[in-house]
Each structure stands twice: as structure tokens, then as C-alpha cells.
Design a protein around this ligand. Structure first.
Ligand code: ADP
Ligand code: GLC
Length: 484
């Protein structure tokens, strides 16, 4: 079976968050199970420098009126996963991030950039003459690809069927009504049951309304977005899709995140006896981040985009408590300036106890996962979350809020059931302080900590089960004629 994976990011070509991790790892996991999954990705400079080009070039013409567009055949050198790069220099050959010109400022022509990606995907799906490879299913990810099923619907085409995965409902891809004309989509789509959302066009809503199956990245988040509280005004449309909404928990890439063989960390961590490896990695984080070199001080880590979703504001309220109770904090993150400033100020107030590295560093992310005793994920909402999964694998006890994929992946520690992490309910400083107290007390009971670490490291968060769930969906779509 042939699956075209359409995405705006995929590790190691380009990554800003978990979407990149998933779209890097899932196609590889599918390929291992005999599925011919191929990526379609914009030819950003970063992707061009990572990809190994095959030399195959398919001219597509100026299909959206924004510049001559070509498909460049390539593959990822380590995994061998094939990728088609959408080459349109006026759209993608830029410095800056994939979505923003600089922090806080989206590229003003994002509707064109991801409209082009979407139109190319829809064209690959329908135009048999383009290449000798035509997908059985197009698998789209997040708002950047929501126009794919809209194009197919506009062209009156129901084959190939589209699976649309929501990684985050909050990013809706909102634009003025005029973009419909600019993208060549019919005005008739401008209605409540089409892609209109509160007076704007929503690319995400297009994905929800026009795709055959909608998935999201954990069962609990699938439920949450169908409620008025979590649905952000889209819940009614999601509920109407009934059984076509599925929640499938993300897996992790076992090669990239392997505590026994991770080139970024200073010592391997043995799942049977993690203490020695943890201690060496902790010392390295303390040293490199300017924290006091105290092996007995519990180290809390945070690796996060610094945005409202992640609960950083109420974490700031708990920093004093964390330090006063004897902990220290290592933060890696970038995002909203007021949250960066708040964390910088906390680091200045507690030298040796709190340290922040503002920016993006794959290496430091691995090192903090390996060196921290506890990893904080205090999100207000979290569709899946990956840092808690990496933490479990690296013998680091996650502290998570009871929401979305965090609730589905961390089993609360109790004396009776054992459990794998500390789970708190409310998005409030008080609740987080309670969780920090649990962590401090757990840290003083080394034999219990040892058991919990080992249990976390033994959890299976590989893509095995979830890849099978996706394959079942693809198979159901190619064997049953679609209704759309
Ligand atoms: P989200 O996708 O909402 O950002 P996830 O937990 O699903 O949250 O995924 C975050 C991914 O991005 C993880 O791989 C994490 O290690 C990584 N990450 C987040 N911030 C940084 C950073 N500043 N530097 C390096 N990696 C980061
Ligand atoms: C989004 C979500 C995150 C999820 C990731 C990958 O960025 O915020 O919770 O893990 O996508 O699906």
C-alpha cells in the first residue's frame, strides 16, 4: 500500500516540535511493516541540506501562480525514507523558521506557502501521469495540510481518500476570506459546514470537514476536543464526524531516543540499573548549565516551547517553592518573550539552582532528558506530548498534568499500583507545588525511586501498536469505497 505523508516538518529534515518527531518516525515505522510511505515536504534550505537527492526532478509548472514548482526526489540518508521536496524558491528558500520570519511573526504568505504544499499533494494524488507512483491514501498533518482534502473535494475527486491528523487543535490556520480565490478554491466552501470559522477561513477546519477520517494523537485528546471546553468552537463539527474521529497515541523513535546508545549523552543508562548512568548525566547537566554540582539535590528538567499551552506561567509561580524544598531546575526552551523573560529572571534570582538555555538544541534536549531526576510537563492541554515519553525511557520520572496524551501515557504513582510518574489535576501553581512535594519525598526514598525508574524504562512506547492502528485505518479506506 502506498501512503503519501504530507507535512510541514519531519525530523531530521526540519523540526520545531513534536510534529517533526512524529512525521520523521511514523513513516519509517510504517515502511518497516511493508507500507510504501513517502514524505512530501517543502524544500526549505534545512531540508535540502539534510536530504540526499536522487536526481529525479518533476516539473509541476506554476500551479498556484506563486512561482515555478518542481518535485525533487530524495531520501533521508540514515533511514532511507523517500521524500519528495516541493521546490518553489519564492515560497520556501528563505532564512528563518518554517512558519515565522522571526519569533512571534508569521510569514504573511503562509496561506500561499502551505496552500502550494497542499495543491501539490492533491495533484500527486490525482494526476497519474506525473510520476509512476500514485498514493492509495494521503495522510495529512495539521492545518498546514488542511487544504489537501479541500482541493480534492473542489475537483470532485474522492480517491485517494485523506486521513487528517490533528496534532494541535489550537493552531487553526486562520486567514481572510479572500484566500479562497487566491488559492483557487470555490466560494461555495465559504459556509459553516465548509471551512468558514468565525468569519475567517480555517485550514484546520477544511481538514476536519473534507477528509475521510480524522485522527488525533491520543485517545483522551480525541475525547477532549469533542467537548465544548476543549473543542474551541470546532467540537460540534468533530462530534458530527462520529466514529470517524480516532485517537491514536504517538510512539517514539527508538533509534533517536535510546538511553543505552545516545551519542548526545555522556554515559549510557542501563534499564536494569539506571543509577550510575543517571548520576553521570546529571553531573554533566549541572556542570554545563552552571548549576551547583550537588549529586543529592533533585534536578527538575523542562524542555518546551514557551507558549501558553505549556503552563510555564504557573510553573514560574512554583519556582521559589521548588528551590526552597531543595530542588534545582534546568530549562531548555524558546518562545514567547514574556515567558523567556520570566525564566531568565528566575535564573538570575536563584543562581546555581535555576538555569535556562534559551534557544533550540537537540543535544541539550537529550542531555536534560538523561540527566534530570524529574521532567516537568505542566501543560494546560497536551494532545500527546513526547518529552514525558522520552523521560520515561531515560529513567527520569515525569511530572505531568492530567490531560490529553499525558494522562494516557503516565500512570500515577500510588503505593498500591506502583505507577510511572506524578500526575496532578489543576493548572494551578498550588497543584504543581503539591506535585513537586511528592517528587522531593520520592527522591529521599531511593529504593522506591529505583523501582519507579525501572518501571518507566520498561514501558513500551515504540510505534508498534500505533503503526498497526494507522495501517488498519488505511486498509479500511482502500477496501471500502469512501462516502466523500
Ligand atoms: P510540542 O509538539 O507541543 O512542542 P511535544 O512534547 O510533542 O510538544 O514535542 C516537543 C519536541 O520538541 C520534543 O522532541 C522536545 O525534545 C523538542 N523541543 C522542545 N523545545 C525544544 C528546544 N528548545 N530545543 C530542542 N528541542 C526542543
Ligand atoms: C503537537 C502537540 C503535542 C504532540 C505533537 C506531536 O505539537 O502539541 O502534544 O505530541 O504535536 O503529535
Amino acid at each position: 500500500m502506498k501512503i503519501l505523508f504530507v507535512t510541514s516538518e519531519a525530523y531530521p529534515f526540519i523540526k520545531t516540535g513534536g510534529l517533526g518527531d512524529v512525521c520523521g518516525a511514523l513513516p519509517v515505522a510504517l515502511r518497516k511493516r511493508g507500507i510504501d510511505a513517502r514524505l512530501l515536504l517543502p524544500a526549505y534550505p534545512a531540508a535540502m541540506s539534510r536530504a540526499r537527492l536522487t536526481g529525479e526532478t518533476i516539473p509541476m509548472g506554476n500551479i498556484l501562480g506563486v512561482g515555478e514548482t518542481r518535485l525533487l526526489g530524495a531520501f533521508e540518508p540514515e533511514s532511507g525514507c523517500p521524500v519528495w521536496l516541493v521546490d518553489c524558491p519564492p515560497m520556501f528558500e528563505r532564512s528563518g523558521g518554517p512558519y515565522m520570519m522571526y519569533p512571534g511573526q508569521d510569514w504573511p504568505d503562509n496561506f500561499y506557502r502551505f496552500g502550494l504544499l497542499s495543491k501539490v499533494a492533491a495533484t500527486i494524488g490525482t494526476a497519474g501521469h506525473l510520476m509512476d507512483w500514485r498514493p492509495d491514501v494521503i495522510h495529512c498533518h495539521d492545518w498546514q495540510t488542511g487544504f489537501v482534502p479541500a482541493y480534492l473535494r473542489a475537483w470532485g475527486v474522492s480517491d485517494p481518500p485523506v486521513v487528517f491528523t490533528i496534532h494541535n487543535l489550537h493552531y487553526m490556520g486562520l486567514f481572510g476570506q479572500d484566500v479562497l480565490k487566491l488559492l483557487g478554491l470555490p466560494e461555495s466552501m465559504w459556509n459553516l459546514y465548509g471551512l468558514a470559522h468565525h468569519g475567517l477561513v480555517s485550514a484546520l477546519k477544511a481538514g476536519i470537514q473534507y477528509s475521510r477520517i480524522v485522527t488525533t494523537v491520543s485517545p483522551t485528546y480525541a475525547w477532549e476536543i469533542c467537548t465544548p471546553l476543549g473543542g474551541l468552537g470546532l467540537d460540534v463539527f468533530l462530534r458530527e464526524r462520529g466514529d470517524d474521529i480516532r485517537g491514536i497515541l504517538n510512539g517514539i523513535d527508538p533509534v533517536v531516543w535510546n538511553p543505552e546508545n545516545d551519542p548526545y549523552i555522556v554515559a549510557p543508562i542501563d534499564p536494569e540499573s539506571p543509577e550510575q548512568g543517571k548520576a553521570l548525566n546529571k553531573a554533566e547537566v549541572q556542570r554545563s548549565m552552571g548549576l551547583d554540582m550537588d549529586p543529592d539535590r533533585p534536578l527538575f528538567g523542562l524542555i518546551s516551547r514557551l507558549v501558553d499551552q505549556k503552563g510555564i506561567d504557573f510553573l514560574l509561580g512554583a519556582v521559589h517553592h521548588l528551590v526552597a524544598q531543595g530542588g534545582s531546575l534546568a530549562v531548555l526552551g524558546a518562545g514567547e518573550p514574556w515567558l523567556e523573560a520570566g525564566l531568565n529572571q528566575a535564573a538570575a534570582s536563584y543562581p546555581g539552582k535555576v538555569s535556562i538555555h534559551v534557544g533550540y538544541s537537540e543535544e541539550l534536549a537529550h542531555r536534560i532528558e538523561a540527566g534530570a531526576d524529574f521532567l516537568l510537563v505542566p501543560s494546560r492541554f497536551e494532545p500527546c506530548g513526547l518529552t514525558q515519553l522520552y523521560a520515561l525511557r531515560y529513567g527520569t520520572v515525569p511530572i505531568v498534568r492530567n490531560t490529553g496524551g499525558l494522562a494516557d501515557s503516565v500512570v500515577p504513582i500510588t503505593h498500591k499500583t506502583g505507577g510511572t510518574g506524578i500526575v496532578f489535576d489543576h493548572a494551578l501553581t498550588d497543584a504543581l507545588e503539591w506535585a513537586i512535594d511528592q517528587a522531593i519525598s520520592l527522591y529521599s526514598d531511593k529504593s522506591r525511586l529505583h523501582d519507579i525508574r525501572k518501571r518507566g524504562m520498561a514501558c513500551d512506547f515504540s510505534w508498534d501498536a500505533s503503526a498497526k492502528d494507522y495501517i488498519r485505518i488505511y486498509e479500511s479506506l482502500v477496501t471500502e469505497p469512501s462516502g466523500t
